[in-house]
Ligand binder design. Structure first.
Ligand SMILES: Cc1cc2nc3c(=O)[nH]c(=O)nc-3n(C[C@H](O)[C@H](O)[C@H](O)COP(=O)(O)OP(=O)(O)OC[C@H]3O[C@@H](n4cnc5c(N)ncnc54)[C@H](O)[C@@H]3O)c2cc1C
Ligand code: SF4
Length: 468
């Protein structure tokens, strides 16, 4: 088979990247996938037919130039391929690991329906890791333009904005309330999906280019908006949406009922980020409430920490579950159980005040709601209980409200707390921009990167107009 054949997809099957066996991977927190070898990467890239109107590009929020770097990969020109992939993404080695490609680029690949889509994510990861190994990850840096900018928050939106601002010649200071930079890339997404060294490598690159990180500094508490606007020409707020939604059922305040993030942080970060007592799930029955990616991350983390059982209780069915199908099958392989159409109504203690069981009701799905998802309703008389020792709530997140005493209240927010921005990602306060989860609510890494890139374009236009 010639790698440049336009019919390669008819004879070469899609190959998944090597994945460690479930029994091996639940014994540690390391990534479960590794890279293709060079030959497989070339062969897999050759399955792309270089569509004249590539639907994969439309499916990618960053409009990555996918067919271009696939064609170069098929020819073995890996460094050129990686350079093109970096031209539209500030962290392709991270997106390739955590993007739900089946809903984005790969879900839009023209080969769907005929055969399996091109394995875009695995090839993106291969070429970018290849470039890192060759020490060939160049980053753009314009000469300093004399203007200072501030980025608040160091998650993917903050990292991408800092990178883009550097490339345009701005001086950048990143303020982060946590002692460790990375946002949910470090404090949310578990290491078995994204090892922390991968994020650390990006942060180190920013530091090498002169970006200053001021860790342990919280806007609204240690620093006011007025001080920022005095010291910096423009500000990008990338503070995320990390306030856990309450469970809203009796028993939610019992000891042993935990929100997802503190649990994930404690088990994934070798650093005392949170001042909370150790959460021990060894030999315990862990129930996770919710059906998103966070729920699956909690199940899989609990199994790695020795839980005797990890069960997900979700009120809709598998077809209507928001979590990624890839992560669902990985969780199943690792021993997680799923109880669909199950709505928890109360968490009940035993005589010692410790969690004993979760009272639930069976659900059935009715007509689709305005968003197209079928609405669940309780089946009368179908109450039952699920035994549990630890309950982890993963019902999603909202933006953290601004401290009432701070001057951040000047920024207009919508009814669920997200910052309102215009087409330049600028908030109601001139010179203050925002993006990522703090604007759109809990979303994806790739959306945070896209917002940051749009916001930096907006900041650049705003500052150029102001300084001319
Ligand atoms: C458990 C979990 C798993 C996920 N898995 C995936 C996945 O597999 N794939 C995917 O694409 N997405 C995933 N997501 C979603 C993704 O992580 C987020 O959409 C993304 O991180 C949002 O980026 P952000 O930069 O807007 O915010 P964040 O990553 O939340 O970063 C915000 C940063 O701002 C800091 N901050 C907040 N307030 C202040 C303040 N006042 N002053 C200073 N700093 C402040 C915070 O400490 C934080 O570091 C997951 C989310 C969770 C919770
Ligand atoms: S849609 Fe699929 S086949 Fe077409 S260019 Fe994109 S990856 Fe290649």
């Amino acid at each position: 088979m010639q790698p440049d054949s336009t019919h390669a997809w008819e004879i070469i099957d899609r190959a998944e990247p090597p994945k460690r066996a479930a029994a091996e991977r639940v014994a540690d927190m390391l990534e479960i996938y590794s890279h293709y070898d060079e030959e497989t990467a070339r062969e897999q890239a050759s399955r792309c037919i270089s569509c004249p109107y590539p639907t994969c590009v439309d499916g990618c929020p960053l409009h990555n130039r996918i067919p271009e770097w696939l064609a170069l990969t098929a020819e073995g020109r890996f460094l050129e391929a990686a350079a093109i992939s970096r031209s539209t993404s500030n962290m392709p080695e991270i997106c390739s690991r955590v993007c739900p490609q089946e809903r984005l680029c790969e879900g839009s690949c023209i080969l769907n329906g005929k055969t399996e889509p091109v394995s875009i994510g695995a090839i993106e990861r291969f070429i970018n890791e290849y470039a890192f190994r060759q020490n060939a990850v160049e980053t753009a840096q314009a000469p300093h333009n004399g203007l200072k900018t501030a980025v608040i928050g160091s998650g993917p939106a903050g990292i991408a904005a800092a990178d883009q601002l550097c490339a345009l010649g701005y001086e950048v200071t990143v303020f982060e309330s946590q002692p460790l930079p990375g946002g949910l890339l470090v404090n949310g997404i578990p290491s078995f999906k994204l090892e922390k060294t991968i994020v650390g490598r990006r942060i180190a690159m920013l530091k090498d280019r002169g970006v200053t990180f001021r860790l342990g500094v919280t806007l609204g508490k240690d620093l006011s908006l007025a001080e920022l606007l005095r010291d910096f020409s423009a500000v990008f707020l990338a503070v995320g949406a990390q306030q856990a939604k309450p469970l809203g059922i009796p028993g939610e305040n019992l000891p042993g009922v935990l929100p997802a993030l503190p649990f994930l942080i404690q088990k994934n970060v070798d650093f005392p980020v949170l001042d909370i007592p150790p959460i021990d799930v060894k030999d315990k029955r862990v129930a996770v409430l919710g059906g998103g990616d966070t729920a699956m991350d909690c199940l899989r983390t609990a199994l790695r920490c020795g839980a005797s059982e990890a069960v997900c209780l979700y009120r809709r069915d598998l077809a209507n579950m928001p979590g990624s199908r890839k992560e669902y099958s990985n969780a199943l392989e690792e021993g997680a159980r799923f109880q669909f159409l199950t709505n928890p109504t109360a968490i009940e203690p035993d005589e010692r005040g410790e969690i004993a069981r979760i009272r639930c009701v069976r659900m059935e799905l009715g007509a689709p709601d305005a968003g197209g998802r079928r609405k669940p309703a309780p089946v009368p008389g179908s109450e039952f209980t699920v035994p549990a020792d630890i309950v982890i709530g993963a019902y999603g997140f909202d933006p953290v409200p601004f401290p009432p005493e701070s001057d951040l209240g000047r920024i207009q927010c919508n009814k669920w707390g997200g910052m309102v921005v215009d087409e330049n990602q600028m908030t109601s306060v001139p010179g203050v921009f925002s993006g990522g989860d703090s604007v759109r609510g809990p979303s994806l890494v790739v959306h945070a990167v896209r917002d940051a890139r749009s916001a930096v374009e907006g900041m650049h236009r705003y500052l150029t107009a102001k300084t001319q």
